[in-house]
Structure formats: structure tokens, C-alpha cells
Design a protein around this ligand. Structure first.
Ligand code: 3SL
Ligand code: MG
Length: 287
């Protein structure tokens, strides 16, 4: 397995990589919102880049519509882009169209890969398990903010790649950098709060969204692109890697009231013999 982190959508697009697996991250807030919606029974989430297109699809197909520009809900839309809105019973069994500043465009770019997964902290281990099951070359794509590096997305990319390679004793600069970031922010909420976009969201009054988005493994959902929409496949409760990853100290319990998580967990060599074909040695790199 080869894992490479792309710091922005443009960097990924320019690279021309043909990695068969692409994991898209916009933890604040598009991918967290999509994962939350799917975890609460939404049948499919259709990401679109443009506001008029979202509006038109909503009207033509009687789909629910969500989205933001500058962080704020768009006029006439059913929902903004707060993941906490995505628990609404209105979404159960329905299709939701969503347009956001960055995240939805990044998903569409990543959707050209054979397998495109939508990741957040909320579904971190589930995503890791799906990636391990797929194997091969993996592009982890951070949406970034306004075309630039964004700590919030990079933190999730580091957490994911560290999980993926934890049993492989990764060496090298990139792996060390990822571990450094996780050690610098043992609590994911601190990383989200420290990021420029996190600070902006807090100023806009969305501080509680950061708390929501920081809950590691709150939902056992694999969110994957399937013919024009993001859909969920729920994991079997007995599946190998996810169960092992979740059993790691502090990794899985989410953010219980007032309890600080210990993250990253101690990476345990016992993770090595998982239910998948022996993990292939992972050259591990990022720019
Ligand atoms: O850029 C995006 O896709 C959004 O998630 C940004 S915001 O958090 O809704 O402002
Ligand atoms: Mg973002």
C-alpha cells in the first residue's frame, strides 16, 4: 500500500495521479456534514459545486437542499452546512443535494478514482478499514481553505495515514511529520480550533460544530461515491480492522461529555495480524 497526502484539491488535480483509491477530507465541515447525514438515515448525498445547480436539482427532483457560502446557509435552502443540522429526521430515506465552498468540489474531483471515500474524524476507523480492504495506491486529498493548506484537514489526513500505517512501523519524514502533528494536538478539537478555518467558524458562531466534528469514530459509516452520489455502507460490527482500531485506547469512544480523549492511541503491534491479507509494506510519503 502506498499512501500519499495531497494538501489541496489543486495539488491533487495537478499531480495527475491515477491512484485507484481517493479519500477526500473537508472536516470543517462538508465531509463531516455528509457523514452525519448518512449516519442518520439520509439515503444519498449529491455534492454539486454550483449554487444554481443545487437549487435546480432540488426543484426538479424534489430533493432536499443544503449548502453554504461564506459559512452561512443559502437563502431558500432547507439546511446550511452545519453537521448538527444533519441529524434531522426530515433526511431519513431522502436524497440531499449539497453545495459548499470547497468540500463538494473536492469530492467531485476525487470521484474520478475507482474508489472515492468521504472521510472525517467521525468515520475515521471505518474509512481506514475500507482503505485497507481496497489496498493499492491511496491518495488522501485535503480540501484546504481557499486553495491553501488547512491544518484541520491535514490533521485528519495525518490521523488516517497513521492508522493505516500504524502496524507497518513506517519510517521516513512524512510519517514522522504525521505523528508530530498528532502529538502536538492530542485532542483533535484543539487542532480544529487552532486551524484558520476553525477560528473563522468560531467567530461566525459555529463553535459547537467543531466539537461535533472532533468526535473520533462517532459513526461506523463508510461513505463512498457511487454513481453521482455519496452513499453509506455500514460495517459489520465484527469486522476486523475497525474493531481493532476502535479497541485502541481512546480512539473510538467519541467525545463523551467532558472527557478528554487520548489521541493518538499507543500504536500497538498487535494490530498487525488483521483480517486482511498481510499489509504490504508501505512506502509512506507526502509532499
Ligand atoms: O468549504 C467547504 O466546503 C465548507 O465546508 C466550508 S464551511 O465550513 O461550511 O464554511
Ligand atoms: Mg474546509
Amino acid at each position: 500500500m502506498r499512501v500519499r497526502i495531497y494538501l489541496t484539491r489543486d495539488e491533487y488535480a495537478r499531480s495527475g495521479t491515477e491512484a485507484p483509491v481517493c479519500v477526500v477530507i473537508d472536516v470543517l465541515r462538508a465531509t463531516s456534514s455528509i457523514v452525519t447525514a448518512l449516519a442518520h438515515g439520509c439515503a444519498a448525498v449529491v455534492p454539486v459545486a454550483e449554487v444554481p445547480r443545487a437549487r435546480a436539482l432540488g426543484a426538479e427532483r424534489a430533493w432536499l437542499v443544503a449548502g453554504e457560502r461564506n459559512g452561512v446557509k443559502l437563502p431558500g435552502f432547507h439546511f446550511g452546512n452545519s453537521p448538527r443540522e444533519m441529524t434531522s429526521p426530515q433526511l431519513r430515506g431522502k436524497t440531499l443535494v449539497i453545495t459548499t465552498t470547497n468540500g463538494t468540489a473536492t469530492i467531485m474531483t476525487g470521484s474520478r478514482a475507482k474508489l472515492c471515500l468521504v472521510a472525517s474524524l467521525l468515520n475515521l476507523s471505518s474509512t481506514a478499514e475500507a482503505v485497507l480492504a481496497a489496498g493499492g495506491e491511496v491518495a488522501v486529498v485535503c480540501s484546504g481553505t481557499e486553495g491553501r493548506f488547512s491544518l484541520d484537514d491535514y490533521y485528519v489526513a495525518c490521523a488516517l495515514t497513521t492508522l493505516l500505517t500504524s502496524c507497518l512501523e513506517p519510517s521516513g519524514k512524512a510519517a514522522r511529520r504525521a505523528r508530530f502533528i498528532l502529538q502536538r494536538y492530542p485532542d483533535p478539537l484543539d487542532a480544529l480550533r487552532a486551524s484558520a478555518h476553525g477560528q473563522r467558524l468560531q467567530r461566525l458562531g459555529f463553535g459547537e460544530d467543531l466539537v461535533w466534528c472532533a468526535r473520533v469514530d462517532a459513526f461506523p459509516v463508510v461513505a463512498r461515491w457511487n454513481r453521482g452520489a455519496v452513499v453509506a455502507s455500514r460495517q459489520s460490527p465484527v469486522s476486523g480492522t475497525a474493531r481493532l482500531l476502535r479497541s485502541m485506547p481512546g480512539a473510538a469512544k467519541g467525545r463523551a461529555a467532558g472527557r478528554r480523549q487520548s489521541w493518538p492511541p499507543d500504536f500497538c503491534p498487535a494490530l498487525h495480524p488483521v483480517a486482511f491479507p498481510a499489509p504490504v509494506v508501505a512506502p509512506y510519503c507526502c509532499p
